[in-house]
Design a protein around this ligand. Structure first.
Ligand code: ADP
Length: 263
């Protein structure tokens, strides 16, 4: 916050005003840099699939008598690139919605046990495909004020990541608990883990520890940025503990009662 006094009575007051301005300008510059970096990341992420599609369609057009098999393979590759662009654009649209202020929250008082049941039900087939055991344990019935869509997105991303960045035959444990003020969800996996020095970075937009792996699994690098934003809109917090090659635990803490800002 920048408190700038408008009445200036002395040199020292003038100095302090000028200091405030400098801080304000520094802050705006930082924001501007972040925005520019984001725009350049978006362009890059969208250009990559476009470039591949161009190469693929050029070779389809230029080569006559291409064997049907190869032809189909190229078309399949183009379809994958289209899917990738669609994922990125959908995540960007969700992000734009979440970046608006909390006025956009549609709060309902619902059972978090049921919300988690729904999320897990959708993810079970994905876990089963890779023989990953998905265990859900709830210590008590929890009813809380949440934006159902945003909370589902957050939980879905965390559990989906726990499956995606896991070994075949691994496990994911999801637990739900609460006290009189908060509910807590813990998502623990037996997966590849995240190096300690990168544990803050993973929440940044487009950041991926292993680009190739994330790409393979359809990742955009936007999931955790969206998740953190959704949690902050609920005035909650998120923490990560991880050990490389052993696994990762995310814990989130959300107030049971949603309080709008300053009232
Ligand atoms: P992505 O779309 O790539 O999954 P996210 O924003 O969801 O993007 O995650 C960012 C990066 O954090 C991932 O690319 C991955 O490297 C790492 N990550 C996220 N969750 C986990 C996890 N449970 N185990 C290991 N690495 C993870």
């Amino acid at each position: 916050d920048f408190d700038v006094a408008l009445d200036i009575h002395s040199y020292s007051e003038l100095e302090s005003v000028s200091e405030s301005f400098n801080r304000m300008i520094g802050f705006i510059q930082e924001q501007d840099n972040a925005r520019q970096e984001f725009a350049s990341n978006v362009s890059h992420e969208l250009k990559t699939p476009l470039t591949s599609m161009k190469v693929l369609s050029d070779s389809l057009l230029s080569q006559e008598g291409m064997p049907e098999e190869l032809y189909r393979e190229f078309l399949g590759d183009i379809t994958s690139e289209i899917e990738r662009m669609t994922n990125i654009i959908n995540d960007l649209l969700s992000m734009a919605k979440l970046e608006k202020n909390s006025a956009d929250m549609t709060i309902v008082n619902i059972s978090i046990n049921e919300l988690l049941d729904g999320v897990l039900k959708r993810l079970r087939p994905i876990a089963a495909k890779r023989n990953i055991e998905l265990v859900y344990e709830s210590y008590r019935p929890v009813v809380a004020d949440v934006d159902e869509v945003k909370m589902s997105i957050a939980l879905n991303n965390l559990i989906e990541n726990a499956i995606k960045y896991n070994y075949d035959g691994g496990w994911v444990h999801v637990t739900l608990n609460a006290d009189h003020k908060f509910f807590y969800v813990r998502i623990q996996d037996s997966g590849v883990g995240i190096p300690e020095e990168l544990q803050d970075k993973i929440f940044e937009r487009f950041y991926r520890v292993d680009k190739a792996r994330s790409r393979e699994t359809g990742g955009t690098g936007l999931g955790l940025a969206l998740t953190r934003r959704a949690i902050l809109l609920h005035r909650g917090s998120i923490k990560v503990y991880s050990k490389e090659k052993e696994g990762t635990t995310f814990t989130i803490r959300i107030p049971l009662n949603y309080v709008t800002a300053e009232n």
